[in-house]
Design a protein. Sequence first.
Length: 121
Amino acid sequence: MKKGKRIIIATLAGILFGFVCLAFATSSGAEVPCPAKLQILFSRALIGFAIGISSLKFHWTLHGLFLGILFSLPLAFSGLMAPESPEFSASMMFISTVVMGMIYGFLIDLITSLLFKAKVE
């Protein structure tokens, strides 16, 4: 049941950070299409789920960073197709998506491993 606890906590943390990421995306005032909103939420939830099911034997900091990068790449590449805006170029969208994925992965693993003590088995 320890693995189930880890999966649930990490996935819920991923969903939470999906809403945080969505708030950042909509804070500029530009309308974000519904499919893009769902993609943001599911991408961050997927990072949490991947952290929960992973049994890689890295330290939790590297574990979260690695999986955050890995599972942010699809969202980052789709960000390259976004229309250019004066304040945010496509390459900046790519870089910020990957960096934020690293941060979210780190925080999800921090919450899961340290706060709730659901370590990788």
